[in-house]
Design a protein around this ligand. Sequence first.
Ligand SMILES: *[C@@H]1O[C@H](CO)[C@@H](O)[C@H](O)[C@H]1NC(C)=O
Ligand SMILES: *[C@@H]1O[C@H](CO)[C@@H](O)[C@H](O)[C@H]1NC(C)=O
Ligand SMILES: *[C@@H]1O[C@H](CO)[C@@H](O)[C@H](O)[C@H]1NC(C)=O
Ligand SMILES: *[C@@H]1O[C@H](CO)[C@@H](O)[C@H](O)[C@H]1NC(C)=O
Length: 400
Amino acid sequence: MGTTSFFVSLLLSTLLLHLCLSHGVAAARPPAGGKISPRVLKFYPVIQEFKTRITSDPTGILKTWNPNDKNVCNYKGFFCDLFPTDNLTTVAGVDFNGFGFAGKDGKLPLSGFIEKLTDITTFHANSNNFTDIPWQISTIPYFFELDLSNNKLSGQFPTQVFGAKQLTFLDLRYNALNGAVPPQVFLLDVDVFFINDNYFEQKLPDNLGSTPAIYVTFANNKFTGEIPRSIGRSKNLQEVLLLNNKLTGCLPFEIGYLQNATVFDASFNYLTGPIPQSFQCLYSIEVLNLARNNFYGSIPDAICKHPNLQSLDLSNNYFTEVGPECRKLIATKVVNTTKNCIKDLPNQRTKAECAAFFSKPHKCANEKFLTQIPCNPAHRPANIEPSATLVSYGALTPHK
Ligand SMILES: *[C@@H]1O[C@H](CO)[C@@H](O)[C@H](O)[C@H]1NC(C)=O
Ligand SMILES: *[C@@H]1O[C@H](CO)[C@@H](O)[C@H](O)[C@H]1NC(C)=O
Ligand SMILES: *[C@@H]1O[C@H](CO)[C@@H](O)[C@H](O)[C@H]1NC(C)=O
Ligand SMILES: *[C@@H]1O[C@H](CO)[C@@H](O)[C@H](O)[C@H]1NC(C)=O
């Protein structure tokens, strides 16, 4: 196997493993000829030292980290493969998912450990009590995936990750991070970026659209302000979860540029305005959730013609009109218009609730763009393949 193919195949296999949100430890390779590779030997003291810091091992992992066995490829949680430049066996990845490791006072620093595992490509540690990320992770040359979801990270966004330029997968969901998300986040060359279920507040940076990511989850934080208009530039975006924040303002019409988006969920926010006509360009959309906001106006009927639409939840808003295509899908329960202000439909808000809402003025800053259609519906690509699996909703649970 050549250098590139080794790493690409490792990357792809771990990414797939990860995207399925499954877990498991890849089988370790026995050392060639019974001799332990010098690369593997180098990590033996690192791992034994780290072991002394772990005071909580509820799943009984540490007994496999036998100090009499210097071949750490036999230890649970580590997997070995050939290092590309010299074909020597080395510790290529870490999978501590679900191990529940904790240290003194329930905390466990990652500093002094991860950066010494200089050959790793992946570090997956969902559901442990790791508390920090060291600056030196930037010195690990082939580091592709960092999963510290459901750990004990706190304070501001860990800007240490900006040094890890090769990262393609960054999962920091279910921690206690707060403050702002720095704009450099969207310059990371990642495919997957999960930060849901933290305490982030303040605005989403205006350069959100610079992200090359495919899957992003901002859900269940306290983000405020408007959805940045630049979102329309993030051409790779397939799934974006913004639900349950404190977002305000109207939907930017630029969302209509996301012609590969399969999931857009901005439910449970304080968004308002009509649905931009540009949403008829979301050709690939499968799940569109705008429930529990303050949207109003007429539901663009063309949205209900999207071929792969599985769910359009518009419940708990103030929509007043719905066309024939969408009515067909209300009947089949694809579209949910419960608790709106649509006069001839059942289960709507009371007249008084609707009257109270419409007695106040409602206006969007981008009003003149709301009717803009940045695609030619006559040229819709034929046969848009539905995605095999939706990925990001799986990130809304803490465990894997
Ligand atoms: C590593 O091994 C593969 C085949 O096993 C070979 O093609 C490649 O040239 C080797 N690389 C090095 C640096 O020895
Ligand atoms: C690890 O964190 C969890 C969640 O806060 C906590 O319940 C647990 O006690 C911690 N583990 C230890 C051993 O302190
Ligand atoms: C959608 O994805 C395809 C291939 O995955 C790509 O060629 C195309 O440019 C994307 N379209 C948009 C509008 O980004
Ligand atoms: C529609 O939304 C309402 C409010 O969230 C919910 O109670 C109801 O079960 C939904 N109906 C369908 C058919 O999904």
